[in-house]
Ligand binder design. Structure first.
Ligand code: C2G
Length: 129
């Protein structure tokens, strides 16, 4: 059976995240999601997510389209995660287009169009106003 793997922070979970996960799941028979740790986000974006890694992991794990979750601790471990979780397909939003092509030797790599006009930043701004 075909295993699909994707990665993300999924902070302040919204319908853009859901749409990405549903399309990823539809590519295969199961979906495994690597959820970025708080430390990885602080290193990458300079701020902690709104929701903690435990909360984000639980929310993503509870979705009908998600079969398995794990914590993504480092961007440099992507190849190891793909091997460990037996990925047949790596699916990502097209904000990462081309960035994971180096893994085409071990799995298929698919980029989906991002859902327009929704983002964690936009949600935070809307609440702030
Ligand atoms: N996404 C989307 N449409 C949006 C917002 C997000 O399709 N409007 C997708 C992104 O393209 C990504 C996934 O939802 O595939 C998760 O988005 P983020 O939580 O922003 O993920 P990011 O912080 O980019 O983490 O190792 C890679 C990183 O962990 C990815």
């Amino acid at each position: 059976s075909l295993v699909v793997v994707t990665f993300g922070t999924f902070d302040v979970f919204h319908v853009g995240h859901l749409h990405l996960l549903e399309r990823a799941r539809a590519l295969g028979d199961s979906l495994t999601v690597g959820v970025s740790t708080d430390a990885l986000n602080i290193a990458k974006k300079g701020r902690a997510p709104v929701f903690s890694q435990d909360e984000r992991l639980r929310l993503v794990a509870a979705l009908r389209c998600v079969d398995e979750v794990f914590l993504e601790e480092s961007l440099e471990l992507k190849r190891e995660y793909l091997i460990r979780h037996r990925a047949d397909i790596l699916a990502m939003g097209d904000d990462w287009k081309g960035r994971f092509d180096e893994f085409r030797d071990i799995c298929e790599v698919v980029y989906f169009e991002r859902t327009p006009a929704i983002s964690t930043t936009a949600v935070i701004e809307k609440i702030r106003l």
